[in-house]
Ligand binder design. Structure first.
Ligand code: F3S
Ligand code: F3S
Ligand code: ZN
Length: 131
């Protein structure tokens, strides 16, 4: 049985005007920042600054990887997502996971700001910020 999320939990990173400038950088991962917003982020945080992907919202749809003309993203397995996947638990997108990986913006420095990923992500987990 899928667990229903508390209403109000559903978020879209693209709708948060405070990202990325007012979020806290918690670590670096493969040359990009990992950021979180207290009271908003769950355990997985957002990877990337120019190309921000909220791992608490990403459901592994994968269209971002398909459409990116400069191959910015890598699939990154998150083993701690297995239980959520198995149980059909909804994440902050309000939807269930399709897989346990997330789209990691491993080469965000290669982004040409076409915004195809941002537009096509079905759960609006991505926010693009031009320098
Ligand atoms: Fe690729 Fe998205 Fe940038 S599709 S080029 S990472 S805006
Ligand atoms: Fe995740 Fe959206 Fe890409 S769900 S894999 S960020 S298209
Ligand atoms: Zn990362």
């Amino acid at each position: 049985m899928a667990e229903a999320p508390a209403t109000g939990n559903v978020r879209k990173l693209i709708d948060d005007p405070t990202f990325p400038t007012q979020w806290t950088v918690v670590e670096e991962h493969l040359g990009h920042k990992v950021l979180r917003k207290e009271g908003e982020s769950k355990e997985l945080n957002v990877h990337g600054y120019a190309v921000g992907v909220d791992f608490d919202i990403c459901i592994a749809d994968g269209i971002c990887i398909t459409v990116c003309p400069t191959n910015v993203f890598d699939r990154m397995d998150i083993p701690s997502e297995q239980a959520r996947m198995d149980n059909g638990t909804l994440n902050d997108s309000g939807k269930a996971l399709l897989a346990i990986w997330k789209a990691d913006p491993a080469r965000e420095q290669d982004c040409i700001f076409c915004r195809a990923c941002e537009i096509q992500c079905p759960v609006q987990a991505i926010k693009i910020t031009e320098p």
